[in-house]
Unconditional design. Structure first.
Length: 108
């Protein structure tokens, strides 16, 4: 479970970075050179998703919970936005959903 969770967090970071860098270019006037690491990050994201042993639909569903949690952490620590209790509660619920899905892998 720990290995799967850490893999999901790494996958989420790659996806967020791969989308954040083009956003910086388009919205903040950053260098277009940021598109190169963004493309690399998104390629790594796709590869990381293939490392899970479960059917792709289950992987995507479970990954969604980790993505929600990671995106909120990004919002807090990178963008500097203070999260509400509702944000934190939603993140915990999303993570619980991921844990339930992953716990059922191989039992369906």
């Amino acid at each position: 479970m720990l290995k799967t969770s850490l893999l999901f967090f790494a996958t989420a970071l790659c996806e967020i970075i791969g989308c954040y860098l083009p956003w910086l270019w388009l919205k903040r006037g950053a260098s277009a050179w940021l598109l190169l690491p963004a493309a690399g990050s998104l390629m790594l994201f796709v590869w990381l998703l293939t490392l899970h042993p479960a059917a792709s639909g289950r992987v995507y569903a479970a990954y969604g919970g980790v993505y929600v949690f990671t995106a909120l952490l990004w919002l807090r620590f990178v963008d500097g936005v203070r999260l509400s209790h509702y944000d934190w509660a939603g993140a915990v619920i999303a993570l619980c959903g991921m844990l339930i899905i992953v716990a059922g892998w191989g039992r369906a």
